[in-house]
Write a protein that binds this ligand. Sequence first.
Ligand code: SAM
Length: 219
Amino acid sequence: TSVEDWARSDQYHNSFLHSKDEALDYALQNSAAHDLPEIAVSAAQGKLLNLQARSIGAKRILEVGTLGGYSTIWLARAVPADGEVITLELNELHAKVAQENLDHAGVSGKVRIIVGPAHESMRRLEPAPPFDFIFIDADKPGNRDYFTEAKRLVRKGGVIIVDNVVRYGRVADPEYTDQMVEGVRTLLKALEGDTDVDATSIGTVGDKGYDGFLYAIRK
Ligand code: SAM
């Protein structure tokens, strides 16, 4: 089975479950027009994040890795009018394009983009009031540091999700030793015996290929 088959399968399911969404389409087109890499979550994954945030009644969400704000739009739509999404991005162009996309989607009143290295930005954030939901999707070597800060910032019973933890099965394949794969392994090793969270990883396959999410609940 190839990525094309997986993409077709995603499109088939989405055709029943998703409606046409001008703001999300615009976000992807505007991001491509500014040459941002095409590494946003898929539509199905974005909607899953939205549903997961809503299922715990999330009001405060932290995102690590904004890119063009595609996942940010999904997350912003999950919080009520008095909720907030803080999203962290290193790259100024990405942040600028994301701001345009959030404005266009009509959600910028609920979103604050903080530009800078995510680890530093996270260390400056206070856990009062804490976050309900944290989505980690930036540089993979930073995963363990981001997860450590996320545990400090999230409420008890809150959710931490990390994207790209499977990487076509390469994370489990000793032949691969690149820094992305190693970044995931370092996180997994840190989670072994970590009594602060309960976690699992779940493979995903679709128009973004074969990858996976780590899903954790703060105890
Ligand atoms: N969450 C986005 C989505 O699904 O639409 C995709 C995020 S993309 C996979 C990763 C982003 O993290 C890129 O925009 C990159 O510039 C940013 N990034 C990389 N290193 C970073 C760092 N040290 N601090 C903050 N952001 C960083």
